[in-house]
Design a protein around this ligand. Structure first.
Ligand code: NDP
Length: 281
């Protein structure tokens, strides 16, 4: 049976580290604060917002909620972002996406000051990930995968990593982060041929596909570390990953569960970035 890489363990270590940093900042008169910008009432956004507020309270990060109706104009949203960029009391901004179709999502996300872009949504933050500099921040989910690998002590140098998924939120930035750590990285996607064989060849397999339990027994191999980023709802209404956990855990060396894996670590990474942003600003 595989070792289960539980997110809770990583979260505890991260929260201790963040709480200490936040206390030090407060002692120096800086109160790390995250603005949560939400348009409309999408249930995913509302539940992530609730989780972020809970985690913020736990580590001492302040929250400023900014909520707009679904029919908000692009101009109002851009004005709000300009205000948050100029507000010295706000160190990080998380904007829930996708935005409604009448709003140009690219214009709005790139209006954010990369120094406050704690979820890595601006082009400049992503450029920073690709060139290996701290212009902004890496997307929290990609960073959460790295935190998990680091926490459990996995050396990446010389390892073969396969990332299944090439979105800007997870797959592409994560591939660059693995490369930065000297892994040999393949990025797979919907047009990749012979995906099971490619996945089986990995030492570290990262699934960010968005398809419930797609990676089954024929995609994994012994000795593998599997990080499952997927969050999907199956036919029974249960939360499942992109990997068939029951099949994979009998074969691989270690695996993250869903729920209780990458998702929970992502929220702490967000707080870590707010604390970093506060200390940098
Ligand atoms: P996207 O839909 O943006 O990207 C999915 C990627 O998977 C695409 O690159 C797509 O390829 C690829 N893909 C789709 N089908 C296949 C297939 N049959 N074979 C191979 N590749 C395929 O999703 P996201 O990156 O936003 O999210 C991925 C998963 O991660 C989702 O389950 C999401 O819920 C979860 N997630 C979890 C977070 C967390 O905190 N744990 C945060 C963000 C996302 P192509 O580019 O060719 O279309």
């Amino acid at each position: 049976m595989a070792r289960i890489l539980k997110g809770a363990e990583v979260v505890e270590a991260l929260n201790n580290e963040i709480s200490t940093q936040v206390e030090q900042l407060k002692a120096a008169g800086v109160f790390p604060t995250l603005a949560l910008v939400r348009v409309g009432q999408r249930s995913d956004d509302v539940s992530y917002e609730r989780a972020a507020m809970k985690r913020a309270e736990k580590v001492g990060v302040g929250i400023k909620q900014v909520v707009f109706p679904e029919d908000v104009s692009e101009e109002s949203l851009l004005n709000a972002i300009a205000d948050l960029n100029a507000d010295d009391g706000v160190h990080g901004v998380l904007m829930f996406r996708p935005l409604p179709p009448h709003i140009n999502g690219d214009t709005v996300r790139n209006a954010l000051d990369p120094r406050k872009d704690v979820d890595g949504i601006t082009d400049l933050s992503l450029a920073g990930v690709f060139v290996g500099s701290d212009i902004g921040y890496a997307p929290c989910t990609a960073q959460a995968c790295m935190e998990i690998l680091d926490h459990f002590g996995y050396e990446l140098k010389g390892k073969r990593a396969v990332v299944v998924g090439r979105s800007l939120v997870v797959g592409k930035p994560l591939a660059m982060m693995l490369l930065e750590r000297h892994a040999t990285v393949s990025i797979a996607h919907s047009r990749t041929t012979d995906l099971p064989n490619l996945c089986q060849s990995a030492d570290v397999l990262i699934a960010c596909v968005g398809r419930a339990q797609m990676l089954g027994a024929d995609y994994v191999s012994p000795q593998q570390i599997v990080i499952d980023v997927g969050i999907n709802v199956d036919e029974d209404g249960s939360l499942v990953g992109d990997v068939d956990f029951a099949a994979a855990e009998r074969i691989v060396s270690s695996i993250t569960p869903v729920p209780g894996g990458v998702g929970t670590v992502t929220t702490s990474v967000l707080m870590k970035n707010v604390a970093r942003a506060a200390s940098r600003q």
